[in-house]
Design a protein around this ligand. Structure first.
Ligand code: HSE
Length: 412
């Protein structure tokens, strides 16, 4: 049967078609019936593609074809992906996707539509590319209360930070290299400002805690302000700087979620995850700590997750796989990040900075000064004790009367 359609023939779409066609026989064997891709929908022309005979431009052909059971939406972005997904689900066709922006913004609604129409909306590829994390969280770890999830969820920023740490490239040069190698987009804002990682931690948090976490309610900061000086301080104090998305339960049924660069201790395995690789650490009250690691982006790794979802949908025709969470319009569901306890690395600039040490110590109580090679006289760096972030802000505001605050990075 020709029962699959792929919409979007970009990097992930072409990888999905390539992998599916390569392994079509074994996929048919797993599904216990013959399966094939019937349509590839894209507005562009691909006359030289070996799959040119499958190319169409009109999505309504897919919608109106009863043979199509599964649609792989790999267009990305909200529209037209949202409209197409809704239309397919309403016709009882399962949809699988790598589209984290759509899942993070419309997941609760689309999952509900899928459930009502006895089909499935699966999105393993939306977080961590080829790393299995959605299914493990939804199934294997379902018996646990999830105590925390934190991870390196963006390959582009991890590549840039790795180049800064290992080769002392400054941020702009590392970004340029990431673009030349095709990791970063031409407009890399969503990667470097943390929005991509934010969408992914929202998906994981929604799944783990059962209520939709919307990206606009999660504090998110990226890596563009990080300098080689910060990297040097981190290194000398036994940390690596990583962009981390994290989510955990808070008091009164709420959750705490944030995306920001962090000092990650060298004793934490996340500090050793380099290049475009991703890793996600999950702590459950039964299982303890588990770490998921692998290629978080790229054509075939992402296609691997998309094709896995297609197979699951084909195997469960007209049966809901029970993956869902509730919508949530309570703005207070996410605790205000400034009320959360944290410890922060601070780098300041002031004439004869060392002379400020006594007053800074008095301000914060027990704190740790850290060094770097060739630290100039007008620079000082320290790590605050763990305290509510807004209280740290008050003290830094006081300090800003006598020094310029150059950098603040939270510890993990
Ligand atoms: N831009 C993303 C990254 C692609 O760099 O991780 C995968 O979601």
């Amino acid at each position: 049967m020709k029962n699959v359609a792929v919409i979007g023939y970009g990097v992930v779409g072409s990888g999905t078609v390539e992998l599916f066609e390569k392994n079509r026989e074994s996929i048919s064997h797993k599904v216990e019936r013959d399966c094939d891709i019937k349509y590839i929908v894209d507005l562009r022309d691909f006359p030289d593609s070996p799959f040119a005979d499958k190319m169409i431009k009109d999505f309504s052909v897919v919608l109106n074809d009863d043979e199509i059971e599964v649609v792989a939406e790999v267009i990305g972005g909200i529209e037209p992906a949202y409209t197409y997904t809704k239309q397919a689900l309403e016709r009882g066709k399962s949809v699988v996707t790598s589209n984290k922006e759509l899942v993070a913004n419309k997941g609760a609604e689309l999952l509900k539509i899928a459930h009502e129409n006895n089909c499935n909306y699966l999105f393993e590829a939306s977080v961590g590319g080829g790393i299995p994390i959605i299914r493990p969280l939804n199934k294997c770890l379902a018996g646990n209360a999830i105590e925390q999830i934190s991870g390196i969820l963006n390959g582009t920023t991890n590549f840039i930070l790795t180049k800064m740490i290992r080769e002392q490239l400054d941020f702009d040069s590392a970004l340029k290299l990431a673009q030349e190698l095709g990791y970063a987009e031409k407009d890399p804002t969503a990667d470097i400002e943390g929005h991509d990682a934010c969408r992914k931690i929202c998906i994981l948090g929604s799944l783990a805690y059962g209520k939709h976490i919307y990206p606009q309610n999660v504090h998110c900061s990226g890596i563009s302000a990080i300098t080689l000086d910060d990297v040097a301080y981190a290194e000398s104090a036994g940390y690596a700087i990583k962009l981390i998305g994290s989510v955990k339960p808070a008091e009164n049924g709420r959750v705490s979620a944030i995306v920001c660069p962090r000092f990650v201790s060298k004793s934490n395995m996340l500090s050793t995850v380099d290049g475009v690789y991703n890793a996600i650490s999950v702590t459950g009250d039964g299982v303890g700590d588990v770490l998921f690691y692998g290629q978080g982006a790229g054509k075939l790794p992402t296609a691997s997750a998309v094709v896995g979802d297609i197979i699951d949908c084909l195997k469960h025709k007209n049966r809901s796989l029970m993956i869902s969470w509730n919508d949530c319009d309570d703005e207070n569901y996410i605790v205000k990040y400034k009320t959360v306890k944290t410890s922060i690395y601070v780098r300041i600039n002031a004439e004869n900075a060392d002379e400020l040490k006594a007053s800074i110590s008095e301000m914060f109580g027990k704190l740790t000064y850290i060094e770097r090679k060739n630290r100039p006289d007008d620079e000082l760096a320290f790590i605050t004790p763990t305290m509510v972030e807004s209280e740290i802000d008050v003290k830094l505001a006081e300090l800003s009367h006598s020094a310029r605050i150059e950098s603040k990075i939270r510890l993990l």
